[in-house]
Design a protein around this ligand. Structure first.
Ligand code: PMP
Length: 397
């Protein structure tokens, strides 16, 4: 793929991270639970890495970080673990209508286990309605789980306000920060949040490793039962190479996030303006300003997203129709439907996500090939109205 604009689905591992990880596969491979000297060194490595990951979100103590196998597991531990831990206090959980599929499916799972789950609606930009959130709260509400940003349309959620509401009502607040962690700094000392899901690959570390931050005093029931690692809340021998890589990625990201984010925002705006100005009947999904600096989510009338992705693939440009995690279902995106789009509108979407290795020439290529690809598809589409077809034909002659 010559131009990769699908950073939300997967990010390459930074070379600096790979270099840091290598000795931990075959030289420094001991288990931190072992009592010999190499085991002690492994424990030291683990705790140093935990400190770096804690520093990334400004967590006061390293022990606030639990390592998991990735964001899906962190979300499972946050929702199931807090539901089970607090079920004597209440049985009600609040999520939003546009959460990542892992949270949506956890909501359904918890309903099957007897919990009640409310889903907060969003406005046309994909931003949750705080009044409705407050109205959902009852004396049985034990947890609110709202992501920091939509992983699809990139809309930023009012996390500070949700944190205030949750703190005031003494309800646990969990946020999945995966979509924003590489572009928006997390500071748990500025915005108090009880549980945060974040992952390594989303900051250019290896896959298969993630974390759940737990504010001091917050505990969850384990969902993996075993040897009692990670303060008894997540058993299983620690993935030391992965953890070392995650820590290195976090250290780099902490230093570079501001400059990287500013650079991506300039490229994103160039992409958005270039596309909207050159293609008739094109729209930006999500909020124009309150959006991730690396997210450009478009909608093109009379176009079907999958054929658009395939045509772009032929031109060497890789984008997505929406979330990679649900791309194989071919269903219209639940996020776009929740924002009030019709099914046919939701199917005409294209998501470009930018990242550390995106160059200006990548953006130029996308802006260059997209108008022609759209034009060709529209000429073939039975949905394209005659006046637009006529316009396209006039330009051809
Ligand atoms: N949450 C969000 C917002 C995501 O985008 C993803 C997918 N990258 C996940 C959770 C699940 O991550 P994973 O598949 O790495 O467990």
């Amino acid at each position: 793929m010559s131009v990769y604009l699908d950073y939300q689905a997967a990010k390459p591992v930074d070379d600096r991270v790979i270099e840091e990880m290598l000795p931990y596969f075959n030289k420094k491979f001991a288990n931190p639970s072992s009592l010999h000297g190499d085991g002690d060194i492994a424990t030291e490595t683990l705790e140093k890495a935990r400190k770096k990951v804690a520093d990334f979100i400004n967590a006061p103590k390293s022990s606030d970080i639990l390592f998991t196998s990735g964001a899906t597991e962190s979300n499972n531990l946050a929702l199931i673990g807090s539901a089970l831990r607090n079920k004597r206090k209440g049985d009600h959980i609040i999520i939003s209508e546009i959460e990542h599929i892992s949270i949506l499916n956890l909501g359904k799972y918890l309903e099957r286990q007897g919990f009640k789950v409310s889903r907060v609606p969003v406005d046309q930009y994909g931003i949750i309605n705080l009044d409705k959130l407050e109205r959902f709260i009852t004396d049985k509400t034990i947890l609110i789980s709202i992501s920091t940003a939509s992983n699809e349309v990139g809309s930023l959620q009012p996390i500070e306000e949700i944190s205030k509401i949750a703190t005031e009502k003494k309800i646990l607040f969990h946020t999945d920060a995966v979509a924003s962690e590489a572009v928006i700094p997390i500071d748990v000392q500025k915005v108090p949040i009880d549980l945060i899901t974040f992952s390594s690959n989303d900051i250019y570390g290896p896959r298969g490793i993630g974390a759940l931050y737990l504010k001091e005093g917050v505990r969850v029931n384990p969902i993996l039962i075993g040897g009692g690692q990670e303060r008894g809340m997540r058993s299983g021998s620690e993935n030391i190479p992965g953890i070392v890589g995650f820590a290195k990625a976090a250290e780099i990201m902490k230093k570079e996030i501001h400059s990287e984010s500013a650079r991506l925002k300039i490229l994103r705006d160039k992409l958005i303006n270039g596309v909207l100005n050159s293609i008739p009947k094109s729209h930006l999904n999500g909020h124009p300003e309150k959006r991730l600096p690396n997210n450009a989510h478009f909608r093109f009338d009379y176009i079907e997203g999958e054929s658009l992705i395939l045509s772009l693939r032929d031109q060497g440009v890789g984008g997505a129709t929406g979330s990679a995690c649900s791309s194989k279902t071919l269903e219209a995106s639940h996020t776009l439907i929740a924002m009030g789009l019709l099914h046919e509108e939701a199917h005409g979407s294209l998501l470009f996500t930018l990242g550390r290795f995106t160059k200006e020439s990548d953006i130029d290529k996308a802006i260059d090939v997209l108008p022609d690809v759209i034009k060709r598809l529209r000429i073939l589409s039975p949905l394209t109205p005659p006046d637009l077809l006529k316009k396209y034909n006039e330009v051809n002659n």
